[in-house]
Design a protein around this ligand. Sequence first.
Ligand SMILES: Cc1cc2nc3c(=O)[nH]c(=O)nc-3n(C[C@H](O)[C@H](O)[C@H](O)COP(=O)(O)O)c2cc1C
Length: 203
Amino acid sequence: MLKKAETHHQLMEQRRSLRDFSDKVIDKSIIEKLILAASTAPSGAHKQPWTFCAVSNPTIKKEIRRAAEEEEYENYHGRMSEDWLEDLQPFGTDWHKEFLEIAPWLIIVFKKVYDLKDGEKSKNYYVNESVGLATGFLLSAIHEAGLVALTHTPSPMNFLIKILNRPINEKPFLLIPVGYPADNAQVPDLTRKPLEEVSIFFE
Ligand SMILES: Cc1cc2nc3c(=O)[nH]c(=O)nc-3n(C[C@H](O)[C@H](O)[C@H](O)COP(=O)(O)O)c2cc1C
C-alpha cells in the first residue's frame, strides 16, 4: 500500500501545466477514455453535473482562440489588479494564446448549475465541488496517459456558451488544451509546499 502511495505521488509530482504544445494528433478514442475517467468522480447526490466538450475542429478552435484572446487582452490591460499581474510574472504569460489553436484537443468543462430535462428543472448539489473533482480526475488521467494539459481560465468565459451552443443550465468551468509538449517546451521553475505546510495530523 505504501509502495503504491509512493508510486502515485511520484507520478503526480511529475505533472506540470504546459503552455507550449505540439500539434501532434491524438486519436479521439483516447480523449473519450480520459473523459470517462473524469466522469467517475464523486458528485453531490451522484448528479454528475458536468459536460465535457471536446473540440478538435480547427474552425471552432480558431474561434475559441480569437474570443479568449479578446478577453485576455482586457484582463492583461486593466481588468487584473497590479498584485495579480505581479503574481503572474514568473509564468511569463500574456494575452496571446496560440496554444488554443495548436493543441490537438480543447476540452471545455461545463458545470450544470441545474439539470434540465424536457424543459423541467431539477436541482444539482455541490456543483462547484463536484465539477472541480471531475476536472481533477481528468487532469490526472491526462497525465497518466503521458499527455499534457493546461488549466486555462480566459475569463469571463461566456463566449464558450455561444460558440459551443450550450443550453441555459450550463456554465463554462475550465478550458483545458490537451496534447503533447512542443519540442522546446519550458515550464516555470516551481517548487511545491512540503507536507508540513499543507497538512496537520491529529493522532
Ligand atoms: C483554477 C485555475 C485556473 C488557472 N488559470 C490559468 C490560466 O488562465 N492561464 C495559465 O497559464 N495558467 C492557469 N492556471 C495554471 C496555474 O498557473 C498552474 O496550475 C500553477 O502555476 C501550478 O503549476 P503546475 O500546474 O505546473 O503544478 C490555472 C490553474 C488553476 C487551478
